[in-house]
Write a protein that binds this ligand. Structure first.
Ligand code: B4P
Length: 208
């Protein structure tokens, strides 16, 4: 099973590259940002809580996003693998992802980090903000706060995967297609871990 963590600051290209990767590798795309925005659109209590934090460029509490990922994994037990986009954003989230995937006898195959300088991030997100309708993309001060939150709370997640020899960094500035090719080169070199369905089959065989 192929489980890729796509990592980087806001605007690094995670969402953009995820769309291309799910098509190439037939993976399920799990974007915590998209899942939270869907809760906001549906007007759920979770969405209302998340909206206040997201609009200010702050992180949503760990237990909220971990709960969302837990149910998405449970709903996709036959998947060939997952792209985790924007998750994990804290070390406790990374630890939970290991625990959750272990339940299905699988784990994170690798983390790929897209590195982009702050001025380019601000430029990209302000540009996206002209059409995205996202309040967190329309105000330079909020964008810089998101980058600051990334530097202070999220960047350390890279060390968590580096300790497991799963961390790969790429320059996220350049043509989208060229960056995609470099990501695919890393993925293609990875050894494939057992799938959720393999794990369940093995568990069923033990029970039988
Ligand atoms: P996300 O939805 O994850 O938003 P993001 O990081 O801003 O998007 P992304 O990085 O995917 O955008 P992309 O580069 O593709 O998070 C939003 C908020 O949700 C967070 O601030 C937080 O509040 C909350 N949240 C989400 N997950 C959470 C978690 N796990 N824990 C706690 N809170 C969480 O695109 C940016 C733009 O750049 C696009 O317009 C694209 O066209 C452009 N672009 C991409 N690649 C380019 C390239 N190579 N060259 C030029 N432009 C490029």
């Amino acid at each position: 099973m192929l489980n890729i963590v796509l990592f980087g600051p806001p605007g690094a290209g995670k969402g953009t590259q995820s769309q291309k990767l799910i098509a190439r590798y037939n993976l399920v795309h799990l974007s915590t940002g998209d899942l939270l925005r869907s809760q906001i659109t549906q007007g759920t209590e979770l969405g209302l809580r998340a909206k206040k934090l997201m609009d200010e460029g702050l992180l949503v509490p760990d237990e909220v996003v971990i709960g969302m990922i837990e149910s998405q994994l449970a709903n996709n037990t036959t998947a060939a693998g997952f792209i985790f986009d924007g998750f994990p954003r804290t070390v406790p989230q990374a630890q939970s992802l290991d625990e959750l995937t272990q339940r299905y006898d699988t784990g994170v195959s690798c983390m790929i980090a897209l590195e982009v300088a702050e001025e380019e991030l601000v430029k990209r997100l302000l540009e996206r903000g002209k059409t995205s309708g996202r309040p967190d993309d329309q105000d330079e001060a909020k964008i810089r706060r998101r980058v600051n939150v990334y530097n202070t709370e999220t960047a350390q997640v890279a060390g968590y995967y580096a300790e497991q020899q799963k961390f790969h960094a790429l320059n996220g500035i350049g043509a989208i297609e060229e960056i995609f090719t470099q990501i695919c080169d890393i993925i293609d070199q990875k050894q494939v871990a057992p799938s959720i369905s393999d794990g369940q089959q093995a568990a069923d065989e033990v029970k039988a």
